[in-house]
Design a protein around this ligand. Sequence first.
Ligand code: COA
Length: 200
Amino acid sequence: MTTRSAFLTGAAIDLVVLTEADAVLTHHWFNDQETARYLGRYGRPMIESDAASYYKAAATDTSRIVLGIFHKEQQVLIGTIGLHDIDHLNQTAELGIVVGVHEERGKGVGTEAITLLAQHAFQRLNLRNLTLRVLGGNTRAYRCYQRLGFVETGRLTEHLFRESTWVDEILMRLHREDLSLTEAGATERRIAHLVEKSQD
Ligand SMILES: CC(C)(COP(=O)(O)OP(=O)(O)OC[C@H]1O[C@@H](n2cnc3c(N)ncnc32)[C@H](O)[C@@H]1OP(=O)(O)O)[C@@H](O)C(=O)NCCC(=O)NCCS
């Protein structure tokens, strides 16, 4: 049983409501340059009170939903995920995600978290498209999104300055019609991962 207030429940993770107290942990992830290089917020430090204010404001802001990715077995927060610029007229929102704990990357957490939030966006908020922006060279993220059904819709070449070089900014979109493919793929990957883990 989870010790957190789960907003969306998954197999290995829950998406939980974030409180100001979570900023103590989460703000470190945005100061970790190995992570920050992949994010829109880059080159500036994040202080704990900034993160706390952000979670407080997000709780009453209807244009965004910000949640924590909570590892059910370990009972710890390992990342954050959100829908930003929720636009009910055009039925869109922009997705952002960070698995802050390095050791938990590449194990299907991102896939499951995005699947849960995409289902919520399409089935409950009646959104039609989710968009996101990803850096050229962020292969793990790109592959994760592609496998979920996101397609590349545009590319701003050499648009962003990261670690002394110019990199592409790739725009991707997931249409709600692609969600059934998404769910099937995510389930298969989750089962494969659990089997692999049980053999360790
Ligand atoms: C991007 C991110 C959210 C993805 O979450 P995740 O839990 O690591 O992703 P998953 O394990 O669900 O899926 C990753 C996919 O990339 C593959 N992968 C893992 N490591 C990889 C690597 N080094 N290179 C290429 N592919 C890789 C996995 O095999 C998997 O693909 P598959 O489903 O075809 O097997 C997470 O890695 C992260 O937060 N990274 C740092 C911050 C970031 O980049 N945020 C996104 C900004 S757009």
